[in-house]
Design a protein around this ligand. Structure first.
Ligand code: ZN
Length: 374
């Protein structure tokens, strides 16, 4: 999962090298010794500093103990809790009245965990109560999760249990992507349009001919490319009264402050086996959707599009195979101007995020925005 945040309208050329995903998870672990580099990136992120990072944390980054295959949950929690915009919402929830309600309230348990991470003197804490609370809501423990799926589950539970409508709205503003889907009959004039929202953009790793897509931008373009539904995929046209070829297209309407991209690294064989596509897919530190997509692929005015500039904020990465593996979260701390790698209870600084392997449908990249327009 790539998590990206909207940035300010300023045009700046990234001095950071491109982030590259390869087959092996191999984040370079380096103690930040180059002070110049740290100072260099600071002014650039000043606006973002008030949005994200461990500024919210008095003790800097704190790990989470693995409770037994809870690395996926831990990674997603770090991505949520390192995001000040999210924690600002979390801090305003209504505390449930009864102890039983408090035990089963996901936002409340998440808030307690955040408090524990901030107030304690430990290098890591155990998310035991939150995990137990999630188990009450049928989120299985001790199994390997799909990060994109678990992200959606957590988000739905948060939204459902936050109660206050204004908080739910803010949560949607933070993460919800709006798209419009078009379906046009190629034999007549019939065209249907439907609006929908998504929490993540599920991006392909391969094109229709099973060729590897070269970059994240290629993958984004491919996702928004119209697709002709022919042969077995033909749809019934009410106007033509028979199955015809349709042109299906997705248009981007609105992007949230935190854009979550999900690389679909799963591959189904006819034998019903699932494989992981572990080839590398380079992704940039900065992403400008206006430059990636064509006019036809968007359904937004200039004001909306002006916010479509992002900086890489977090990566939830999986190493290993489809049945065995491990998750880590890489999160950019804007207060400290450095990347952290959260590997359960182990937290370390990494010089940059690259060579990260992604698993079948378990890849989340988050990009974040600045305070533009706020
Ligand atoms: Zn038709």
């Amino acid at each position: 999962i790539l998590l990206m945040g909207q940035r300010s309208g300023r045009q700046e050329i990234s001095k950071k090298p491109e982030v590259v995903l390869s087959e092996i998870m191999e984040a370079e672990i380096e103690v930040q010794s180059n002070k110049e580099e740290t100072q260099e990136v600071k002014p650039k992120n000043q606006k973002l500093m008030s949005v994200f990072g461990v500024a919210d944390l008095k003790n800097a980054a704190v790990g989470l103990y693995n409770l037994g295959q809870s690395c996926c949950l831990n990674s997603l929690l770090q991505v949520f809790l390192m995001n000040i915009r999210f924690t600002r919402i979390l801090r305003r929830i209504t505390v449930p009245l009864s102890p039983a309600q408090r035990r089963s309230n996901v936002p409340y348990q998440m808030l307690l965990l955040l408090e524990e991470m901030q107030c304690g003197k430990c290098k890591a804490v155990g998310p035991t109560e939150l995990a137990r609370c999630l188990a009450e809501h049928r989120v299985k423990l001790f199994v390997q999760h799909d990060a994109a799926q678990l992200f959606l589950t957590l988000w739905n539970l948060l939204k459902k249990q936050m109660k206050k409508p204004e908080l739910v709205e803010e949560l949607s503003d933070l993460y919800m992507i709006c798209i419009q889907e078009h379906l046009a009959c190629q034999k007549c004039s019939l065209e249907t349009k439907s609006n929908s929202t998504m929490l993540t953009l599920p991006l392909p790793m391969l094109d229709a001919n099973s060729y590897r897509l070269k970059t994240l931008e290629d993958s984004l373009r491919y996702f928004f490319n119209p697709e002709e539904l022919t042969g077995q995929n033909m749809c019934f046209c009410q106007q033509c009264g028979r199955k015809t070829t349709f042109l299906q297209s997705t248009k981007l309407v609105h992007l949230p402050q935190i854009l979550t991209l999900h690389l679909k690294r799963f591959y189904f064989e006819r034998s019903s086996c699932t494989y992981k596509l572990s080839h590398s897919l380079p992704f940039p530190q900065e992403l400008d959707l206006r430059k990636v997509l064509t006019e036809d692929q968007c359904l937004a005015d200039d004001r909306e599009k002006a916010t479509w500039q992002y900086q890489l904020f977090a990566v939830v990465a999986h190493s290993g195979s489809t049945s065995f593996g491990h998750y880590c979260a890489y999160v950019w701390s804007l207060t400290e101007c450095k990347w952290y790698c959260f590997n359960d209870s182990e937290v370390c600084q990494v010089s940059r995020v690259r060579h990260v392997s992604f698993a079948p449908s378990w890849t989340l990249l988050q990009v974040s925005s600045s305070l533009t327009g706020c």
